[in-house]
Design a protein around this ligand. Sequence first.
Ligand SMILES: C[S@@+](CC[C@H](N)C(=O)[O-])C[C@H]1O[C@@H](n2cnc3c(N)ncnc32)[C@H](O)[C@@H]1O
Length: 237
Amino acid sequence: MNDPGAEYRFRDRAGSLIAEIDAALDRGEIDEAGWHARVADIIRPAYLAAITPQAQSGHSGDAATWEHARGLLADAIDRDGTFLDVGCANGLLMETMVRWCAAKRVRIEPYGLDIVPELAALARSRLPRWAERIFVGNALTWTPPMRFDFVRTNLEYVPPRRRRDLVERLMRDIVAEDGRLIIGVYSNADPGGPGLDDIVRGWGYPVAGQVERPHRTRLNELQRVFWIDAPGVSKGA
Ligand SMILES: C[S@@+](CC[C@H](N)C(=O)[O-])C[C@H]1O[C@@H](n2cnc3c(N)ncnc32)[C@H](O)[C@@H]1O
């Protein structure tokens, strides 16, 4: 059956390289482990060679542009709780989310997960106070030590045909029963096609909230975040 989630194209600087890896998976030349390994082979050297904390998290700007690009994630946090960054890289988002939430008097306890062991090690060395909270694993298969009130991810962290599985898996096993899954920040490479939020709604997950803001320099490009609440939220209301 045609899955619009697998057709969705994210805007990504490494988009053409990722497209080649997707095509190799579709042709059966690599398996899913090979897909993750080849994506990691792009990310690992670039992030580890970077000299700014932002670039070690895949962002090409400085602290101010990082805040513009990621600060809207804090809009998804509406109460105190644990926050898991799925794909934490060097841990910069864990750190800055604590600050952005504190500015609105919300206290989060950050955790991180990354598929690249060297990046998790970098996060632990940058953030020794949270070293025990930074894990290595693939979001599709990792066994969490607990559930988290807020879980952030991006759907491009898995092969296109596994995006729906990623959402299902995180909601089933990792988000707390009254918790929230936050998807983003992402940009659509094909504004003519269906939105990612509509695709996720079509998978049976009502979108509980969303925010967007124009990219700092590419003003016609919108950066988006949306979130899904676990059923326990409405049950408790
Ligand atoms: C662009 S960085 C994100 C940094 C930061 N969390 C942010 O939102 O800006 C993406 C990170 O996700 C990690 N990653 C990719 N696929 C993953 C997966 N399946 N499971 C866990 N981490 C993954 C990569 O190794 C990389 O460090």
